[in-house]
Design a binder for this molecule. Structure first.
Ligand code: SF4
Length: 101
């Protein structure tokens, strides 16, 4: 049996892929041509991701690698760009000029 610690280490290393909900499915589902143009273009992929046990490590991997195509972790490329943008904005803390000498 795999402990939670071993599992999370495997997830960081890419072991999560062996538990992917999309294993064996048609990859075209996750790389729709019309992403952003058709509301149904990514619906099937997102539905699979919603039930996937490794959604979080999958999304984190796609974000860390800057993957700019396809649905990963239930997010389209444009949705991941928005996540990265919001995360970058949160990292930039506003400077309180009133406290400056
Ligand atoms: S979250 Fe989606 S794309 Fe990622 S492994 Fe699971 S089913 Fe596949």
């Amino acid at each position: 049996m795999t402990s939670n610690r071993q599992r999370s280490e495997a997830d960081r290393g890419g072991g999560w892929r062996h538990r992917a909900g999309c294993l064996g499915l048609d990859t075209n589902i996750f790389f729709p041509v019309a992403e952003g143009r058709s509301p149904d273009g990514t619906a099937q992929a997102k539905s699979v991701c919603q039930a996937c046990p490794v959604r979080e490590p999958c999304l984190q991997w796609a974000l860390s690698q800057g993957v700019d195509h396809g649905v990963w972790g239930g997010f389209t490329a444009s949705e991941r760009r928005a996540l990265r943008f919001r995360a970058a904005r949160r990292r930039v803390q506003p400077v309180n000029t009133r406290r400056m000498p």
